[in-house]
Design a protein around this ligand. Sequence first.
Ligand SMILES: [Zn+2]
Length: 266
Amino acid sequence: MIDIGVNLTHPSLLDKLEQNITLWQQQGISNIIAIASDLEESQKLQAICQQHNSIYQTIGCHPHQAKTWHTSSNFLCRDLIQNSPTCVAVGETGLDFNRNYSTPEEQITAFESQIQLALEVNLPLYLHEREAEDTLQSLLVNHASQSLASTPLTGVIHCFTGSKESLKRYLDLGLYVGITGWICDERRGQELQEAIQYIPKDRILFETDAPYLTPRTLRPRPKKNHPAYLPHIVEQAAYYAQMSAQELIYHSIENTKKLFRIDVPI
Ligand SMILES: [Zn+2]
């Protein structure tokens, strides 16, 4: 399987990377997608991917880091993408009005610029959204409708935690849905536990968001999350989706291949 969301430059994963790769591969995770939070990190990941052919990456700027996005960033980003054959998506990008580490205006500027970029380079968007659903969705719709690109805008709403209603709106936009260990959270994950049965089989993807979001149902409880724990997340998701884990794994791999245009063994 593939973990489509790993924060690989965190020291808990990057130190002893070889050992960590072995650890997740022993659990059946053949590949990962390392997600970038800004251009500097995108560059770092490019160097890592060149040395490890089981690792793919995104290139882009997270809403928290939107204040670092300048007029030349779009050009720099495109250049980096064109020189990174293992780049499978633009992002992590989107809007986070919950924490506002960058102002909403800065976030919107960086986001719109990256939507345009995704359309130009024909890559999916790797999307992050917190308390900004309406704005994020209307920006996507506006850009998609004005686009002259030959292929439609596509992407994944990563770490989806919302309700059945919110899920429907994202599905209507044609997006894939990323499920994390949030599904294992008995306090905060209830809405998601109910909503997951409504995710069509051809739209679901799995990610750990390691080293963050350690699944709360793991025993013994580890200090940090790791791609090796992805099978546990799939098992929990299968329980709430009333489907077998094997079936979910099969579909999520097919979806990964289709959205990111990569080949991943089962
Ligand atoms: Zn995120």
